[in-house]
Design a binder for this molecule. Sequence first.
Ligand SMILES: Nc1ncnc2c1ncn2[C@@H]1O[C@H](COP(=O)(O)OP(=O)(O)O)[C@@H](O)[C@H]1O
Ligand SMILES: Cc1cn([C@H]2C[C@H](O)[C@@H](COP(=O)(O)O)O2)c(=O)[nH]c1=O
Length: 274
Amino acid sequence: MSVPLAARACMRLSGRIQTSAFHLGATTAPVLRRIASALCSSCNIMHGGMFSSGSAGNGLKHREKSTLICVEGNIASGKTSCLDFFSNTADLEVYKEPVAKWRNVRGHNPLGLMYQDPNKWGLTLQTYVQLTMLDIHTKPSISPVKMMERSIYSAKYIFVENLYQSGKMPEVDYAILTEWFEWIVKNTDTSVDLIVYLQTSPETCYQRLKKRCREEERVIPLEYLYAIHNLYEDWLVKQTSFPVPAPVLVIDANKELEEMNRHYEENRGSILSL
Ligand SMILES: Nc1ncnc2c1ncn2[C@@H]1O[C@H](COP(=O)(O)OP(=O)(O)O)[C@@H](O)[C@H]1O
Ligand SMILES: Cc1cn([C@H]2C[C@H](O)[C@@H](COP(=O)(O)O)O2)c(=O)[nH]c1=O
């Protein structure tokens, strides 16, 4: 078999494993998922061991292969609390959203600017969010499992999309962000192995947002959380809007913190793809 053919065969195998793993038994699925994530997503050829790294042939470095879990959900749905819960787990690296960077880049606050005037500053914030997400996706791992809060995919499919659909982002800004996004996804390794979606009602998030009281977010109305919620549901539950990059595990996250933590403990294995 020629190399391109072998690569294409690997690509098909990898795709099949990724999409069907959740229909398999509890013992087979994690093993297959690990095999799938050991396949290089840039050229879809197995590169030595499970945690090997290599060059994609275009000068860009691959992420060392580990299982990547992205925790997704609306604003204040409990993502950070979920990552906090798992943060002391052995063999797991946790990456929270770099909100501190979005609030302070060299003395500027793009998050605050965007909430004050989305038309003017949406592109600025989303360009920086995309960069910081890419940074986390491509960080070489030292553990077999990596968990990150949101992803480069939700930044684009949820937040950029919301700005654009609500008429708060000019078409040219949307086009430029889309060009950047498509280039990044094609030329770097942003592959994801599992999406954990914390599903909440917008009302629950609104209460938690008010309780957290982040200064920049004081202007957020309930309608904004509805818009983000609907985009998430279309993407991850109905799967009708944009490509879903990994199997999705949906968790009802409306419950109180204690109950959520109990649920995380009881379902540790499936959440961490073990
Ligand atoms: N299950 C829960 N029940 C009640 N309050 C919660 C729960 N999860 C998180 N919170 C609180 O809600 C706020 C937002 O939670 P956080 O984990 O920061 O959400 P996110 O990271 O999704 O924005 C915080 O004040 C947090 O303490
Ligand atoms: C990814 C992303 C986030 N934001 C905004 C939305 C919130 O105000 C914060 C993130 O806080 P959360 O409690 O972790 O949801 O950042 C954005 O405007 N654009 C984005 O792409």
